[in-house]
Design a protein around this ligand. Sequence first.
Ligand code: PLP
Length: 376
Amino acid sequence: MAPHEKPLGDGTRSVHAGVPPPAQGAPILPGPTFASYFHLEGDPAAAAYVYGRYGNPTWTLYERALGELEGGAAVVFASGMAAASAVLLPLLRSGDVLVAPSDGYPAVRSLAQGHLAECGVEVRLVPAAEPPSDEALRGARLVWLETPSNPALEVVDVAATASRAHGAGALVAVDNTLATPLGQRPLDLGADYCVSSDSKHLTGHGDLILGHVAVRDAERCDALVAWRTETGAVAGPFEAWLAHRSLATLQLRLDRQCETALALAERLLFRADVLDVRYPGLPRDPAHEVASRQMRRFGSVVSFTLDGRGRAERFLAACRLVGQGTSFGGVRSSAERRARWGGNDVPEGFIRLSVGCEDADDLIADVERALDVSAG
Ligand SMILES: Cc1ncc(COP(=O)(O)O)c(C=O)c1O
């Protein structure tokens, strides 16, 4: 881009991300390449693709797209947890210290407290809402942040924490799943790794499992690719292609979802029977000040608490437009009573609601009706 040119908007960047230069007679976005192996004569180093576990042209295009949006180099994995594992497992050795949220996504915590702790890694858990103390950072090898956190929607200052963590000699990874690269760019804020479950907003249709890690350092990128090749945590080409195709509408979907999420959260604040409404975009939310500094969009997830398990279950059953399920970020609204899983320290009536792309008026009316019905 020439210095005088205005940077492209998020919609333009999403639509064009990773699309190859036009070639006469070629499709705009090439379809998935289904190949377990590629024609290979002589020296393997001379071929771009040799075997389907090492690399695939469909991954390459999706990774280019993600790299453009993240401001780094991206490596795609079979799932968000495969992406998280690719950062955590090869980096941490016996005697290393991992600082991680005590109330973030439970599978990351159980991997840390289970496998990593068994391998001799010291795991220090700190609340997702608080920057780790100097004591927690002392001697740490890696600081894992999740912001906004799932499910409590806590936010932590990435730039300030990254600078303190680096000062203490630690690397920083941010799980950016709830924010997406259009909501915040952890690498710009000083993180060394940006980790994402692409099963959520990035793919956005609730029909596939995928993940990625973005980095700026070339050696770290090579190490992630080597880990993927060695462990076989590879994405299917069809999933990668669907993801790339869905990325084109990311800005459209996300803007609609964020706008409706804010409107819903604002409406819920007026209801005496809805407690602890959380949405980082709400000016009165405890996370709003930090969120507005580092986020450009506040995401699709709203959380709130109803009076007990029975009321929460009646509410969920009464919703017509909000499906029940354990994911978020999709075009169809969904919600769940998070305490049904155990493992998260949330009240029995805590609801995590993912706002989809329905018309805001319809969705809000449905939620209000379900609240009224479930109160009786
Ligand atoms: C914040 C967060 N990180 C990571 C994951 C794991 O992603 P996946 O289910 O794609 O493995 C999830 C899944 O819900 C998540 O919410």
